[in-house]
Design a protein around this ligand. Structure first.
Ligand code: SAH
Length: 387
């Protein structure tokens, strides 16, 4: 008999609204081991679907399939992965690195698969996905034929699942550095130690969009390996990039050299540096703000709001009339409306008249699942300072 979990009417309501998660408080009876694939039933024993069960996380249930009928798990997962990959192919992405599987949005909750050229990086972020990993590695081998598959199972969220943090090669071989291209720009990526799975793939389309407006003197704040700076430098007279991490700045310099563009990459805290540039009376025509998530939890929203406002205010002051500000937030706790309000308040304080030229989000290979706000985390506004 397949392991079973019974949920409350409130949990059932949540499933009907399309949400794939059931919290522990809505689970009434568990006949399952940690990480089992379970049949989910209503209080009246109606079959509601198939899910991954976690014994530790507040998210006790992550749905794999909705409704009655209990499909074979392996066939279901294989078909989901196949569909996810086919969708990415259909996007005709101009890059050799992209996300192939984006968890909940591909109905494969807590599974991430990123492609970097001939290599794949996977993350299993729940007990259930962790258990399925050997099967998934075989399927990926069959479907993609990568030279190697690396598990970047080091996100802290794994601790909430009672899983260890581990980086390991699961198949084939994975070199220390992998070369990928994005819109004609070449990057060397450290899959084992880079942030996320190596690069910020979710910003690829925003980097391309920013390049379309880049002109004059440009400034890339929170540059990481120089994604925005590299695309802008091809179109600008001068490009300056700031990051607080010495390693990241070294990587920006190496990437600039590799791609034959000039970037003045500097180590610095953006909060201090923007103030310093203002004191010196410097001006720019294009500025990018792509900070890390300031609001990692609800309790951090107030502090995050003042952080976002501060950098946007300073950037708008540094911008010449006619200049472009590309401003991002990847905190899902600060939603689109909140972020727009913060940026508006910054413009008032900067005494700038600003138009919204584009409202953007994470790239199409990281789609948002409607009804699941957690999957809409990256906001990107392209603004023009009119005067
Ligand atoms: N724009 C990048 C991704 C930025 S990730 C891209 O497209 O690839 C955020 C970066 O901000 C990280 O590299 C981190 O080192 C840096 N960072 C965090 N806090 C900072 C601060 N106060 N000042 C400068 N950089 C900071």
């Amino acid at each position: 008999m397949i392991p079973t979990v019974v949920i409350t009417p409130r949990g059932e309501e949540r499933l009907r609204s399309g949400h794939p998660w059931i919290y522990r408080a809505d689970v009434t009876d568990v006949r399952a081991e940690p990480g089992d694939v379970v049949a989910v039933r209503s209080a009246r024993s109606r079959a509601l679907g198939l899910a991954l069960y976690s014994s530790r996380s507040q998210i006790a249930i992550r749905m794999l399939a909705f409704g009655h009928g209990e499909p074979a798990v392996d066939a279901l997962v294989r078909q989901r992965i196949d569909t996810a990959i086919a969708f990415r192919r259909s996007l005709a992405i101009d890059a050799t690195a992209c996300r192939l599987v984006h968890g909940e949005a591909d109905l494969l909750p807590s599974l991430i698969v990123d492609r970097y050229g001939d290599y794949l990086v996977v993350q299993a972020l729940s007990q259930g996905m962790d258990r399925l990993m050997p099967t998934i590695v075989d399927m990926l081998g069959d479907l993609v034929h990568p030279r190697g598959i690396l598990a970047r199972n080091d996100p802290r969220s794994r601790l909430l699942e009672g899983l260890e943090q581990r980086v390991e090669v699961l198949a084939g071989e994975v070199p220390d550095m992998v070369r990928v291209t994005e819109h004609g720009i070449e990057y060397e990526v450290d899959l084992r130690q880079g942030q996320k799975t190596g690069l910020f793939l979710d910003q690829r389309e925003n980097r391309e969009a920013a390049a379309r407006y880049a002109h004059g003197r440009s400034l890339d704040c929170f540059s990481y390996h120089g994604g925005f700076a590299l695309t802008m430098a091809r179109r600008c007279q001068e490009t300056i990039a700031y990051d607080i991490s010495e390693d990241a700045v070294a990587r920006v310099r190496a990437n600039a050299l590799r791609n034959g563009v000039a970037i003045d990459a500097r180590i610095g805290n953006v909060f201090d540096e923007l103030r310093g540039l203002e004191r010196l009376g410097e001006r720019f025509d294009t500025i990018v703000l792509d900070p890390p998530a300031f609001a990692k939890s609800k309790s951090a929203i107030a502090k995050a709001t003042s952080g976002y406002k501060e950098i946007n205010l300073r950037a708008l002051k540094l911008l010449n009339p006619g200049g472009t500000l590309v401003t991002c937030s990847c905190s899902y706790n600060v939603n689109e409306a909140m972020f727009a309000e913060i940026v508006y308040e910054a413009s008032v304080d900067a005494r700038a008249h600003v138009t919204v030229v584009e409202k953007r989000m994470q790239g199409r290979d990281h789609p948002v699942l409607l009804g699941v706000p957690e999957t809409y985390y990256l906001k990107c506004l392209i603004l023009r300072k009119v005067a």
